[in-house]
Design a protein around this ligand. Structure first.
Ligand code: ADP
Length: 542
């Protein structure tokens, strides 16, 4: 027997419709690319999103067409989020930090029909325009006064496009499983691959995000996503903020400490979200300028592991609760979030900190397990570590255009490529990426743990560990170090420092020094490049 409740589709347009109706006076504040701070309301945002939808329809865009953006976090980008997906087209948010050839590749792979771009990225697009033959038009996200001289073909001015529309547009209704947006993973290996979200997956992810045990976003919050809208939909915040009517503050290209502080303080931001590197810069600015964050309640840190010192500094010096989170493009992105359980309330700070360093506990809606190389499930004891597998309604079932082939097993489990522990309360701790873990004599060594210990040495600026082929053990760890400026530290001193902090068989077989460690567009160490660079390296123990 079927239930009798209404089968109304979960659509992204309903988010902005709701925000405009019931939080119509709530502000969206943006640092514009042109310079000044821009303010308007959710009611304005919906009106202009509808004008954009009309403008795109006028340019020939139909349901399912891909419409791309190259843009910072700002109000016009927000209008693209709702205008494009709302009319049933697919919003493809391109990461402008990718190499130009990669941008051309993904724009072509996605069959982007129109690219909407901030002024900043016009030169970048001009340089690859001849490779973008299928793109019918470029829309520059600015007004007539700021339109640049450009060699781009078929150029439109965004404000003129909007001004020509009435905005008397009703959001269409369609199947909630319709594709809504497309985001390519930055591709540490091979070509970038597209993750195609649906309206349904986006809405379910948003419901989860707003719940108290997850981001807990609510109408009393003012949220500033530092995480870019071209990086997994700013971790979904562009949607969740509208779902709960939170005031939204968009930092544009101002990611430096001073610019961020101006908005955090001036707009009385209560919650923010970003990767550790951004917070390092902000903390440095606060320290140097003797500033505090009196309005801020919590900050979400993810994308890479939040260092313990960062958590302690935010909590003890600035009274801002750190919420560590983990996820990935393939998961919309949220998988775990490190909120405390009641039984931890009277634990010592150090014990609580040990929990906070974990990537967090599993959110409702995501199934999670860890397995060994043969696919056998490992115990949830917080000690065993294995391949982290996930499934759920906001986890991908495969990449766009079947790139990379089948990526889930018969029971829908998706291999995250991360290696982790899991405990009975659902807390997950990443120990490595599966392709980076070092397999020594059939046992696994966590490269991340070795790196974390090495960077604890005062003269080490950055550390990376890779496995080097070994005749007896299969692989043994090589520690690659960037010294602090002026330091002349040598390998034996670093190894001495690491002694006793790990099992003896985890100790690196050798230490080598480089001027620079290569990073991906999202700031992660490119181990693949390092492995190529050190392919012929001979360990002294071999
Ligand atoms: P890309 O960096 O390629 O754009 P994602 O942003 O999807 O891809 O990155 C997802 C990966 O980032 C995860 O699989 C994990 O390895 C890493 N990651 C994300 N959050 C954390 C975290 N809190 N701690 C450690 N690693 C993390």
């Amino acid at each position: 027997m079927l239930g009798q409740m209404q089968d109304r589709p979960l659509l992204i347009s309903s988010l902005i419709e709701f925000a405009a109706l019931y939080h119509g006076d709530v502000e969206v504040v943006s640092r514009s690319v042109e310079g000044p701070i821009h303010r308007y309301t959710y009611a304005d945002a919906q009106q202009r999103s509808k004008q954009l939808a009309q403008g795109l329809i006028g340019m020939g865009i139909e349901m399912g067409d891909r419409v791309a953006t190259l843009a910072w976090n700002g109000y016009r980008h927000l209008e693209c989020y709702y205008g494009v997906s709302g009319m049933g087209a697919v919003l493809h948010t391109i990461n402008p930090r990718l190499f130009p050839e990669q941008i051309a590749y993904i724009a072509n792979h996605a069959d982007d029909r129109i690219i909407l771009t901030d002024l900043t990225f016009v030169p970048l697009l001009e340089a690859i325009a001849d490779q973008l033959a299928e793109v019918a038009a470029f829309v520059i996200l600015t007004d007539r006064d700021h339109m640049p001289e450009t060699t781009l073909p078929n150029v439109h001015c965004y404000e003129e496009l909007l001004a020509a529309q009435q905005g008397d547009y009703a959001w269409p209704s369609f199947d909630e499983k319709t594709a809504s947006s497309l985001c390519y993973t930055s591709g540490t290996t091979g070509n970038p691959k597209g993750v195609l979200y649906s309206h349904r997956s986006t809405l379910l992810h948003s419901f989860s995000s707003t719940s108290r045990d997850v981001l807990g976003l609510h109408s009393g919050d003012t949220v500033l996503p530092v995480v870019p809208m071209f990086h997994v939909n700013s971790w979904g915040i562009a949607y969740t903020a509208a779902m709960c009517g939170a005031k939204l503050v968009l930092p544009g290209m101002g990611m430096d400490g001073a610019s961020l502080f101006e908005l955090l303080d001036g707009e009385k931001v209560t919650i923010s979200a970003g990767v550790p590197t951004v917070w390092l810069m902000l903390l440095q600015y606060l320290r140097d300028n003797d500033k505090k964050l009196p309005h801020m309640d919590r900050t979400v840190i993810g994308g890479s592991a939040a260092p313990a010192t960062m958590i302690e500094t935010f909590e003890n010096d600035y009274d801002v609760t750190v919420v560590h989170a983990w996820g990935m493009t393939e998961m919309s992105p949220l998988g775990t979030i490190c909120t405390m359980k009641p039984k931890m309330a009277d634990w010592s700070y150090d014990d609580r900190l040990a929990v906070k360093r974990k990537q967090g506990r599993t959110v409702y809606g995501v199934d999670m397990k860890i397995t060994d190389d043969d696919g056998n499930e490992l115990p949830r004891d917080g000690k065993a570590f294995g391949h982290l597998m996930v499934r759920g309604p906001w986890v991908t079932s495969g990449y766009f255009k079947a790139e990379g082939g089948t990526v889930i097993d018969d029971d829908d489990w998706f291999d995250t490529g991360d290696v982790s522990t899991l405990d009975r309360d659902g807390y997950m701790q990443i120990t490595d990426r599966s392709k980076d873990v070092i397999k020594s004599g059939g046992e696994w060594i966590s490269s991340i743990e070795l790196e974390n210990i090495a960077v604890g040495h005062g003269e080490v600026a950055e550390a990376a560990v890779i496995g080097i082929a070994h005749p007896k053990w299969d692989e043994r760890p090589l520690l690659i170090i960037v010294r602090n400026e002026g330091s002349a530290i040598e390998g034996p001193e670093i190894l001495e420092f690491m002694k006793g902090k790990i099992a003896t068989w985890w100790m690196p077989d050798d230490v080598t020094f480089v001027d620079e460690i290569p990073h991906t567009a999202t700031g992660k160490i490119q181990k693949l490049v390092l492995r190529e660079q050190f392919a012929d390296y001979k360990l002294p123990t071999a």
